[in-house]
Design a protein around this ligand. Structure first.
Ligand SMILES: Cc1cc2nc3c(=O)[nH]c(=O)nc-3n(C[C@H](O)[C@H](O)[C@H](O)COP(=O)(O)OP(=O)(O)OC[C@H]3O[C@@H](n4cnc5c(N)ncnc54)[C@H](O)[C@@H]3O)c2cc1C
Length: 426
């Protein structure tokens, strides 16, 4: 099989890249392949689907803000039901945390990001089920819990259906004449000398090398350019040919709750039109929860760090005691309604974490483009990443993001990378 561009991986990054490549040059023969039976079945569909434009780094802001505008366009004008619910993001802080972030918050507000700061008494009125002050409580002290003194609320933030989003891009790609082939697993990337001499042992060190396609479980695919958009699996293909994926896989677990006892937690006042709990980040341990309006439930996750290991797992599972013997103790102190409530469902996926700057990486080698290291925000930045990867293919220095904003392609690369520090990371 032969094509102009082969995209390996039908997650958000693969489908957006393929879509913009095909849109910009419909004459190109472009094929997406994935080892699973359909699009998004890697980590994209396992995501929480949270989105926000609330970032302190200008790069992150641009990537997310323009992507969100395009997602809204897909929902409102292109007819895709991707279930964008603008329930907002609420970051909860104690006094010290807030003081250390004050400069970054002012920067966001000055930049025009819709962010509102609430004090404790306002938060208590808005989220009545939340405990904000532990007083002299001994257990809270032992657990190291922090009082809640401030809430920083992002308005252009919320939750969407990541699976539907991936399928929407795939559908648009197919409409343009793009091809997809599932159950097709790449085993190896081909590296050949640009000028083949037919001598055993090629390519030699002195020969110019070029990537010419891949071997799969269904045979060889030759490609002018091979795009590697394999998420946490990227290093399985890149390591053997000496290229770096700049990410490590780390498990992330989600727990869903549906119980009459926690109904008060779901109800808020004055934060969004649904009166629903926004995506809320507690001031310790990266515990986050949100109301999932489509099923009337609450989803809970935890952005843990040390000592949870980096490890690639093919089918990661949620750990039962992770919630019951771990997260629960802190959660129930902030939201007592969770007492004795157990999850009705749970699942796990993996972040492809670039732990250096938590921002995606896009670079090009001869015949290959890598787009990955989505960390915890690959969905919400997906549209911009596809446009930037396509611009890299067409040899442009700047990509045009949705709405006309320009983005320097090399900023997400390796050699001339330019990313500002991000203070709001989950
Ligand atoms: C629990 C959880 C919650 C998250 N929450 C959010 C959130 O709220 N908001 C947000 O923006 N992001 C979130 N993320 C992160 C987000 O899901 C990722 O950044 C994003 O999905 C990465 O997309 P991707 O296309 O790089 O990878 P993937 O979606 O994993 O796609 C990679 C694809 O490559 C395929 N593949 C791999 N190897 C091969 C091979 N050898 N041959 C063929 N195919 C191959 C896989 O099958 C897979 O389909 C979350 C992630 C997790 C795990």
């Amino acid at each position: 099989m032969e094509c102009d561009i082969l995209v390996v991986g039908a997650g958000i990054m693969g489908v957006t890249t393929a879509y913009y490549l095909k849109k910009r040059d419909p004459s190109k023969k472009i094929l997406i392949i994935d080892k699973y039976a359909g699009p998004g079945q890697g980590n994209s569909a396992k995501s929480e689907g949270g989105y926000r434009n609330m970032f302190t780094s200008d790069t992150n802001y641009l990537l997310a803000d323009t992507s969100l505008d395009f997602f809204l366009h897909m929902q409102e004008e292109m007819g895709y039901d991707i279930k964008m619910d603008p329930i907002g993001y609420m970051w909860l802080f104690n006094e010290d945390q807030f003081t250390s972030l004050k400069g970054a918050i002012d920067h966001m507000i000055n930049r025009g990001i819709e962010v509102v700061v609430y004090d404790r008494s306002e938060i208590e009125k808005m989220i009545p089920a939340l405990v904000t002050d532990f007083g002299e409580d001994e257990e809270a002290e032992i657990l190291g819990l922090k009082n809640i003194d401030y809430g920083v609320f992002g308005k252009k933030c919320g939750s969407l259906d990541a699976d539907a989003l991936v399928r929407a891009y795939e559908a648009e790609f197919i409409k343009l004449g793009g091809k997809v082939q599932y159950n097709t697993e790449v085993k190896r990337i081909h590296v050949k000398p640009e000028m083949e001499l037919g001598i055993p042992g090629e390519p030699f060190v002195w020969q110019k090398k070029v990537i010419t396609g891949v071997d799969t479980n269904k045979g060889e695919i030759k490609a002018g350019t091979t795009v590697i958009a394999c998420g946490v699996w990227a290093s399985e293909l890149l390591d053997p040919i000496g290229l770096d994926s700049f990410m490590k896989p780390k498990k992330r677990q989600l727990f869903a709750f549906k119980d009459p006892k926690i109904e008060p937690v779901m109800k808020t006042i004055g934060l969004n039109s649904e009166g629903a709990l926004p995506l809320t980040i507690l001031p310790i341990a990266g515990i986050l929860l949100k109301s999932e309006l489509t099923e009337g439930s609450i989803w809970l996750g935890c952005a843990d760090w040390i000592p949870r290991k980096f490890e690639l797992e093919e089918d990661p599972q949620a750990e039962e005691d992770y919630y019951t013997n771990n997260v629960y103790h802190a959660l129930v102190m902030y939201f007592p309604n969770f007492e004795d409530v157990r999850p009705m469902n749970s699942w796990a996926g993996q972040y492809a974490i670039n732990s250096f700057d938590e921002t995606p990486v896009i670079y090009k080698e001869e015949g290959l483009i890598y787009v990955g290291a989505g960390s915890g925000s690959g969905i919400m930045k997906g549209d911009a990443l596809g446009r930037i990867a396509a611009s890299l293919y067409f040899g442009e220095e700047e990509a045009e993001l949705y709405g006309g904003q320009k983005f320097r392609v090399a900023d997400l690369g390796v050699h001339h990378r330019k990313i500002e520090p991000e203070k709001f990371v989950i």
